[in-house]
Design a protein around this ligand. Structure first.
Ligand code: MG
Length: 372
């Protein structure tokens, strides 16, 4: 049976439109325009100098947040295309999915959140991404932000969670209680597949584990590895490893396509409205692919995320963020001018948080060196 879900494709002609109405473009549809606006945003270019997992300096070949984003986009688009969903919509969301990430990966996110909690507030990268595309990007004369379609903003708000009315008052306009279209649901699992397999690849390059370690922890990997050994006995280990990672990506992406198709069919969904009102999301991996994904995740947790090199870097970067946050709180006049103005409208801690969250790793290091 073909896995197509064309009947659940979100029709671009049904998009609810932009906050500030604009004329249609002669040959690009609304989701294609959103995708292009995201690619041209400054926040998108800054992803190049934001840590994914591994700090720069050890190797020039590790993923950063920009190359990770491109991998997510390629995986999500493949799935959308096979399922006969809207590829442009999916691509726009994939390219936007990490725009709100602060410098230094998850360490940066946790530390900013810890600082905000002291003021009874919080930092959430999905909400920050929305503020970027709604307000901080200033490149169009007619409106603030990128003026993206409702559906793309909704998909960003619901990247990895659904919410009820009132749970996040600032998100109440984004159909609380409803699931996003399948195109938007694909991003979160595509993100997981991309980073799990990439972190495996980068972790191997960083020599954090051996091939035997992965084979013992992830049976599906062992199976692909054995095939590679049989097919290419003369190839260097690192080439066979790349081939095995490639096979693993294929298995997981196929699992996502099949799992999503199956669960939408089992649930009897016939329209986009059914997707929205269904009790759970339908984009998911098949149970065997999910088991592989889970095994991989726990392996990476032990061998990569808890490794000395990654932990040391996390500590150092959290320390820099703390020091800068405290320095700006003590002396908000040191913020650049537009932020000082903003601090008269918003709370100072929010403005400091926005400023730091927008920094690249490199800019944060330079600011730290100047100020501290
Ligand atoms: Mg991501």
């Amino acid at each position: 049976m073909k896995p197509t879900l064309g009947h659940l494709r979100f029709p671009v002609s049904h998009a609810r439109g932009r906050r500030y109405p604009e004329l249609l473009h002669p040959y690009r549809n609304e989701f294609q325009r959103d995708r292009d606006r995201i690619v041209h945003a400054r926040a998108f270019r800054r992803l190049e100098d934001k840590t994914q997992v591994f700090p720069p300096g050890i190797s020039d070949h590790f993923r950063n947040r920009l190359t990770h984003t491109i991998e997510v986009s390629q995986i999500a688009r493949t799935a959308a295309a096979v399922l006969d969903l809207d590829e442009d919509f999916t691509e726009a969301l994939a390219l936007a999915h990490d725009l709100g990430h602060p410098p230094f990966g998850h360490a940066g996110e946790q530390e900013l959140n810890r600082q905000m909690r002291k003021y009874g507030d919080r930092f959430d990268h999905n909400l920050h991404a929305l503020r970027i595309v709604e307000t901080f990007e200033q490149r169009y004369a007619r409106f603030p932000g990128l003026n993206l379609t409702f559906e793309v903003r909704e998909g960003m708000a619901k990247h990895s969670r659904d919410f009820k009315a009132g749970q996040f008052p600032m998100l109440d306009e984004y159909l609380p209680g409803q699931k996003p279209p399948v195109e938007a649901q694909l991003i979160d699992p595509a993100d997981e597949i991309a980073y799990n397999t990439a972190d495996l690849d980068d972790g191997y390059t960083a020599r954090l584990f051996s091939v035997d370690d992965v084979c013992a922890a992830v049976p599906e990997f062992a199976e692909v590895w054995n095939k590679m050994e049989f097919q290419f006995p003369g190839a260097p280990e690192k080439v066979r490893f790349s081939e095995a990672v490639r096979g693993l990506i294929d298995t997981l992406v196929s699992g996502l396509i099949e799992g999503t198709s199956q669960s939408a069919r089992q649930a009897g969904l016939e329209t986009v409205g059914d997707v929205r009102h269904h009790s759970s999301r339908v984009a998911r991996l098949t149970p065997p692919a999910e088991a592989t994904n889970a095994a991989l995740k726990s392996f990476l947790q032990r061998k990569v995320y808890q490794s000395g090199v990654v932990l040391r870097e996390r500590q150092a970067s959290a320390g820099m963020i703390t020091a800068l946050f405290e320095a700006f709180m003590k002396d908000p006049e040191k913020l650049p001018e537009p932020y000082v103005d903003q601090a008269t409208e918003d709370s100072v801690h929010r403005v400091v948080c926005d400023y730091i969250a927008g920094m690249t790793d490199g800019f944060l290091r330079r600011t730290y060196d100047q100020m501290i």
